[in-house]
Design a protein around this ligand. Sequence first.
Ligand SMILES: Cc1ncc(COP(=O)(O)O)c(C=O)c1O
Length: 369
Amino acid sequence: MRILSHITDIAPYVPGKPLEELARQYGISDAVKLASNENPLGPSPKALEAVQEKLDGLNRYPDGSGYDLTAALAERFGVTYGQVVIGNGSDDLLAMLARVMLDKDSQVVVPHPSFLMYSIVARSAGALPVTVPLKDYALDLSAMARAVNEKSRLVFICNPNNPTGSILSHADVVSFMHDLPQDVVVVFDEAYVEFVRDKSCVDSLGLLKNGQAVVILRTFSKAYGLAGLRVGYGLMPEPLAEMLNRVRMPFNVNSLAQAGALAALKDDVFLSESQSLVHREMDRICEVLDRKGIEYHTSQANFLLIKTGFLADAVFEALLQKGVIVRSMRSYDLKHHIRISIGLPAENDRFLAAFDMVMDELAGAHGSV
Ligand SMILES: Cc1ncc(COP(=O)(O)O)c(C=O)c1O
């Protein structure tokens, strides 16, 4: 077998540990998963109903164009039908972008630590990801601007940034974009944008409507509670959307996913319940951590980056033994941090209690770092 060397160089993406795996490995059946920034409320009830109604038609191929969902997204965001591309999760859109815009002679500018898939999709196309360290846990736009050169094709802006939860202001992004070469496309990955409370946050949709070379990626996996269905979408200039649609697999969003996402998009009640839960519980968890003097980074998303003072993998493992799945941030080069997703009140209580015990145990065993 002759595998391309730029593929063998890719470090595999490690997803959050599934609940089923914990049950298999440790026999723990009542674990809570706070590892993948999912919606703890479950799917929108309206989405479930819509999916159920579609079950009888599973012998038929889906609508390959995803017409109803695409049209509804265009209407919701005030863009044209031709500016919307739907995907099997927003991951699929990242892969399509790479296929359309990158080759072995191109580079992409990627913040670090940030969502690990940017580098993976760039490498899959043979392109070089140029990583730019965060500054004070936020994207460093000046350094990112300096990393742009004549080979740069894409700049990834994860907003809010996973795993820090930081956001960029509109003013900062506008001045960053002002100096960018014309043919560099800025990709705003807004997987968590529905949770943002800070009003200064960049209005990427406004930039798109102003004719700027931007791509906005969003997903039904987080605030809309449909991670298992796999639906994401991109909003972008029409000529680019047309190219993405050329490489898009014809049935990349299956019929259940199209129906579920369409119903979820219209379920404003569920969306606002999800937002309120995350905001309420985020504030509560932060208050507890403040009282205990534990460092964390203020987050505009549905997850929280916590500096534990101990090796991330040790904290992760110890929490796992207590039936709480979080994410060790070692693979993000944050050796002493874990990331937790905001769960239901009882799940968060379970984390807080387990975290207390683990911190005591580790302090007793090793002393803090
Ligand atoms: C920043 C970011 N972008 C994209 C994704 C992918 O989401 P999807 O489920 O839509 O593929 C995630 C998932 O965790 C994410 O954190």
